[in-house]
Design a protein around this ligand. Structure first.
Ligand code: ATP
Length: 207
């Protein structure tokens, strides 16, 4: 902790990675680890969503399973932790609420880590301007999503506040994993072994 860059309040910056994590996969872990390294974060908090506001139409695996898989996937990294705060909150979870809570509790500057698809969609989030002023929004590429479209999608002023870092690209998605499990196909090397075992033990994603 001694070598961490600190803000005026003395708390080292931290990252948060929100997601449905249905299930968590290696692209999520790569995103978090490379954000941590390049942005000098003291830790990255993974926050499984309760019922994602943008996915209200599609069924999502119960939060307890998604939390447990996220915990298993991150257990070996001392810089990673998992928070239940959105799952335990009543009502829908909005990123701005989570950012404000974490900033108030820790006094740290908060990096809000998102994939390119999410940042391109940012105008549809609740209070995007508050998110951009109260957190550092940091993004890396995702295959199929053109980051050069960020200024067009957000407007130049908002786009100027988005920080870009580099993570190895992977087109793995939770949708791909759910579909592969349902079709009896391999998900090895797409998710940690512990997550695959959990999926098998609990018969998740059988379609
Ligand atoms: P689904 O397929 O169910 O929509 P997902 O794979 O996109 O899920 P989420 O839990 O919705 O996973 O994503 C959490 C965060 O991780 C988002 O910010 C998303 O942009 C990012 N992310 C997910 N997969 C990738 C990927 N392959 N490359 C880069 N970022 C990713």
């Amino acid at each position: 902790m001694m070598d961490m860059q600190r803000n005026a309040a003395g708390a080292a910056p931290l990252g948060i990675l929100g997601g449905t994590f249905d299930p968590i996969h290696y692209a999520h872990l790569l995103l978090a680890e490379h954000a941590r390294e390049q942005l000098g974060l003291s830790r990255v908090v993974f926050i499984p969503s309760a019922r994602p506001p943008h996915k209200l139409d599609s069924p999502v695996t119960e939060p307890g399973h998604r939390y447990e898989m996220t915990r298993l996937a991150t257990a070996s990294n001392p810089y990673f932790e998992v928070s239940r705060r959105e799952m335990d909150r009543h009502g829908p979870s909005y990123s701005i609420t989570t950012i404000r809570e974490i900033a108030a509790e820790t006094g740290a500057s908060v990096y809000f880590i998102v994939g390119a698809d999410s940042v391109l969609d940012m105008v549809h989030w609740r209070q995007p301007d508050d998110i951009l002023s109260e957190a550092h929004v940091a993004t890396a590429g995702r295959p199929g999503f053109d980051m050069s479209r960020i200024p067009e999608a957000l407007g130049p002023e908002r786009a100027g506040k988005v920080q870009v870092f580099h993570a190895p690209l992977s087109n793995v998605s939770s949708t791909m994993i759910r579909e592969r499990v349902a079709h009896g196909q391999s998900i090895r090397y797409m998710v940690p072994d512990s997550v695959e075992q959990y999926i098998r033990q609990h018969d998740l994603y059988q379609g």
